[in-house]
Design a protein. Structure first.
Length: 162
């Protein structure tokens, strides 16, 4: 198996907003997110403002975003949000970096970072059924497919056996 790129996750900052806006307005990136359409300027601003708010981590709806970099270059965003039934994770990779294993490296970093941030290993992701690449990434890292909800497949991290 080829070696994955070395990706570093760091807390999302206001200076990362333009990078995120570029992805959120790119139809290639958003086709598997939400309604599948690029986000408008107001939606982007609202989401960035919420990401930077840093609400208490024990509150449902609190989120933490992370900028993914490779050798100092922005390559993607990892998103995490506390829900009533666990921590939902997601990842966005900049199209210039598709096909190089960036998403796998980002997910690996998220599986280390996010449980520490939230003090919880109850992680899940919701994936568009057509996004087979993301589904494979999750299952290869211990997530198990569960029943779908709202037109999305749910993948829940299965704890490793001691």
């Amino acid at each position: 198996m080829p070696q994955l790129p070395s990706v570093t996750l760091q807390p999302f900052q206001e200076s990362d907003a333009a990078f995120f806006a570029g992805m959120a307005s790119d139809e290639r990136v958003t086709r598997f997110i939400g309604d599948g359409r690029p986000w408008d300027r107001q939606t982007i601003e609202d989401r960035v403002r919420a990401a930077l708010a840093e609400e208490a981590l024990d509150l449902a709806g609190s989120s933490r975003w992370f900028l993914a970099t490779e050798t100092g270059n922005r390559v993607g965003i990892v998103v995490s949000t506390r829900k009533d039934d666990g921590i939902e994770i997601g990842y966005w990779v900049s199209p210039e970096h598709w096909g190089r294993g960036i998403a796998g490296s980002m997910l690996d970093g998220a599986l280390t970072t996010i449980p520490e941030v939230y003090d919880s290993r109850e992680l899940f992701a919701r994936v568009d059924p057509a996004n087979t690449v993301s589904a494979k990434l999750l299952t290869r890292r211990g997530f198990q497919h569960e029943a779908g909800e709202c037109g999305l497949d749910r993948y829940t991290l299965v704890p490793a056996k001691p």
